[in-house]
Design a protein. Structure first.
Length: 110
């Protein structure tokens, strides 16, 4: 019987982290097709059949724009052939650092 290696004290593993996805946008700036990124494989885009919901989260919206927190746009989509995804991207501008403000899209997993 094999056992999983024991992790050290205090070792944590994050669950439900956002995953980068590739998104093709329509003329209105909404997702038209989505593909999960895979190393060493060409992306397989699936068409968006329906957009269920669009919403934004603006954290600390009252602050000076240079000091604002999170400004994130979410889109809940139904893909062609079934399957729902919650996508988001940060609208804070391009910071070149990855993550927030990098202009990329992510799948929010719950």
């Amino acid at each position: 019987m094999s056992r999983r290696p024991r992790e050290g004290n205090g070792s944590l593993r994050a669950l439900g982290l956002p995953r980068p996805v590739l998104v093709r946008l329509d003329a209105h700036g909404l997702p038209a097709a989505v593909a999960r990124e895979r190393r060493g494989a060409a992306p397989q885009f699936r068409a968006v059949e329906q957009i269920d919901e669009v919403w934004c989260i603006a954290d600390e919206w009252w602050r000076d724009p240079a000091e604002r927190g999170l400004l994130r746009a979410y889109v809940r989509v139904i893909l062609e052939g079934g399957g729902a995804l919650t996508l988001f991207h940060d609208e804070g501008g391009e910071d070149g650092e990855g993550g927030e403000g990098d202009g990329r899209w992510y799948e929010q997993r719950y």
